[in-house]
Design a protein around this ligand. Structure first.
Ligand code: SF4
Length: 189
């Protein structure tokens, strides 16, 4: 039987506090933006868009050994309207590209995308006419996870990298001209 571990004996820690403008015992003053970013980064809700072998690695990532729940992302939603982290794991055929794009469009802002594995990132070994050569041809991507397939540790690393991006993202970014320009490049209004 595995020994039960409690916080005081294990390496489980609480999320780092944002930098405080003024802090003391039991109180702190900080920016609203830092608190919102902290909450967002530690409660990313995944939407798995898994089409082939990389999807199996993602299943292992959700299992007890790797346990994505440790990072606040155990709550998978199989509806784009209740998720903010799109995980594309697998080969995406060109016929499937409009569907992937539709799923992305149905997610509310702020939304983030991780391309898991070589196929989602670049078409992988399938350098052929029916396969999309990277999902960034149809939707913007925040983090690329290399590998064919990436191990669950690689996927976890991708999620941690995304958490870092989310923690440091300005709340105004989504309203900026630069961001609107990025979406315009993809034909998204
Ligand atoms: S990257 Fe490799 S493991 Fe992942 S979907 Fe493509 S062929 Fe399968």
């Amino acid at each position: 039987m595995r020994p039960v571990q409690y916080n005081e004996n294990s390496k489980v820690t609480v999320a780092d506090l944002p930098e405080g403008v003024y802090q003391g015992e039991g109180f702190m003053a900080t920016k609203l933006e830092s608190v919102i970013s902290l909450a967002r980064a530690n409660s990313l809700w995944p939407l798995p868009f898994a089409t082939s072998c990389c999807g199996i690695e993602f299943m292992a990532t959700m299992g007890a050994n790797y346990d994505l729940a440790r990072f606040g992302s155990e709550r998978m939603g199989f509806t784009p309207r209740q998720c903010d982290m799109l995980l594309v794991a697998g080969t995406i055929a060109k016929k499937m590209a409009p569907i992937l794009r539709q799923v992305y469009l149905q997610m509310a802002e702020p939304r983030w995308v991780i391309a898991i594995g070589a196929c989602a990132s670049s078409g992988g070994i399938f350098d052929s006419y029916p396969v999309l050569q990277g999902i960034d041809q149809v939707i913007p991507v925040d983090v690329y996870v290399p590998g064919c397939p990436p191990r669950p540790e690689g996927i976890l690393d991708g999620v941690l990298k995304l958490q870092k991006i989310v923690k440091n993202e300005s709340l105004r970014r989504r309203h900026s001209e630069q961001y609107k320009g990025l979406l315009n490049e993809y034909g998204i209004q």
